[in-house]
Write a protein that binds this ligand. Structure first.
Ligand SMILES: [Zn+2]
Length: 304
């Protein structure tokens, strides 16, 4: 069986992680792995430097050079002209990060956003293995999504006509009474399903600020916590039905802090079944299995 060497970089808000893997079919061996703080407050040039350094050092640590398959996962997406947009690491926005990194490294690099990398890693090695069409969702400080299609062999990210395929977090569910989203609209799915907004929703009900994990832990004894979770389940079902009705994926895999709330997998799936345009729901809703490294593994799987 042919052997592939792959290098993945996950550019996150707090850390830049690099990995080199050797892949023979399903057998994946990690040859090198490292991380450095992003220090994004130091600005664009610094982020570019750190990313290029992690790439070079990971390759050196693996005892290799000139690795041809390089993938980078990063926040946001890109304009037609190649400028970053919608990144929560705002120093990247409006900058030609792809072109600048390729110029430093001198080799082709495949880029995708972090939710696409997550969906890809979970399809290749995690909770969505064997799925033909996967929808991967990260519900954390924001809400992102990615589509992976493996209909004829190797799973690939579907990025769409303008690179926004899977950007489900900014589908508007409550345009009039919803809360303001950073994207400029109101009532986006992100304002209903992300961690910070769920904490806000609890605070509005109870008058107290608590961490999401505490809200979940209090649900038996605290009506405001119960009502926050009931609303989450219902909104999750409605929001997911928009995905199922359009994409009809085999597997929906959930990641990010909010994905640790267990009601999403029973009551949430039941709510989805009620809202989706089908009597019998075959789509499976599952929890992530790759863990924190999904971003960097997914990046490594990006190139052909
Ligand atoms: Zn939005």
């Amino acid at each position: 069986m042919s052997e592939e060497i792959r290098l993945g970089i996950d550019l996150g808000g707090t850390k830049v992680e690099g990995i080199v893997i050797r892949r023979r079919g399903d057998d994946i061996e990690t040859l090198a792995k490292m991380r450095r703080p992003t220090e994004r407050e130091r600005g664009y040039e610094h982020i570019l430097d750190v990313t290029a350094q992690v790439l070079a050092e990971t390759e050196r640590q693996a005892g290799l050079k000139d690795i041809a398959r390089i993938g980078v996962g990063m926040p946001g997406s890109e304009t037609q002209e190649g400028f970053v947009k919608n990144a929560n690491t705002t120093a990247l926005n409006g900058r030609p990060f792809r072109a600048d990194l390729v110029a430093r490294v001198g080799r082709p690099i495949v880029f995708a956003n972090d939710a696409n990398c997550f969906a890809l890693a979970e399809t290749v090695l995690g909770a969505a293995r064997g799925s033909r069409v996967t929808f991967g969702v990260i519900m954390g400080t924001g809400v992102g999504g990615g589509i992976v299609i493996a209909d004829e062999g190797t799973p690939r990210v579907w990025d769409g006509a303008q690179g926004i395929a899977g950007e489900w977090g900014h589908v508007v569910l409550e345009p009039e009474r919803g809360l303001a989203c950073y994207c400029g609209r109101r009532g986006c799915i992100e304002t209903l399903l992300s961690g910070p907004f769920l904490e806000k929703a609890y605070a509005a009900r109870s008058g107290e600020r608590r961490k999401l994990v505490d809200v979940v832990a209090r649900r038996e004894s605290d009506p405001a916590a119960q009502s926050t979770l009931d609303h989450l389940v219902e909104t999750f079902g409605r929001a997911m039905a928009t995905v199922v009705n359009v994409l009809d994926p085999d597997v929906i895999v959930l990641g990010g802090g909010v994905s640790n709330i267990d009601v999403l997998y029973d009551a949430g799936t039941e709510a989805l079944r009620r809202w989706a345009f089908t009597d019998k729901l075959r789509t499976k809703v599952v929890k992530h299995a790759v863990g924190d490294s999904a971003g960097v593994f997914g990046a490594a799987f990006l190139p052909k």
